[in-house]
Design a protein around this ligand. Structure first.
Ligand SMILES: [Zn+2]
Length: 117
């Protein structure tokens, strides 16, 4: 059995998710503020303010949604049950699941299925 370092990848993944989450929020906020500032700066000539401000405002609002949707989208995982070889479909967001045919507990690690010890 290769059970040497199961915990490292898990914590790395959590950090990565948290990082990209705050990163997308920051980008959205920066674009939103930039759009706001440009709108206010060119407030007198409304056309320029609208041309530059509105798209930036929209980008600031839409971009985090897109990035977060990407973040919460998890890969489909196809594998065989490590106990009984039954085909299993799950997502890599799953940590543990029960095999539908033999009902034993399976652990999802590094996008593959493992027995729980
Ligand atoms: Zn099974």
């Amino acid at each position: 059995m290769n059970q040497n370092r199961p915990e490292i990848a898990k914590s790395g993944r959590t950090f990565d998710s948290a990082y990209s989450f705050s990163f997308s929020i920051t980008i959205g906020l920066v674009l939103f503020i930039a759009g706001l500032v440009i709108s206010l700066t060119f407030g007198q000539s409304a056309t320029i303010g609208l041309i530059f401000g509105i798209p930036l405002l929209l980008a600031g609002l839409i971009l985090p949604v897109f990035m977060m949707r990407d973040l919460f989208h998890h890969n489909e995982l196809d594998g065989a049950c490590p106990y009984c070889d039954a085909p299993i479909k799950t997502s890599d967001a799953t940590i543990r699941l029960n095999c539908p045919s033999c009902k034993r507990l399976i652990e999802v690690k590094q996008e593959s299925l493992h027995r729980t010890e």
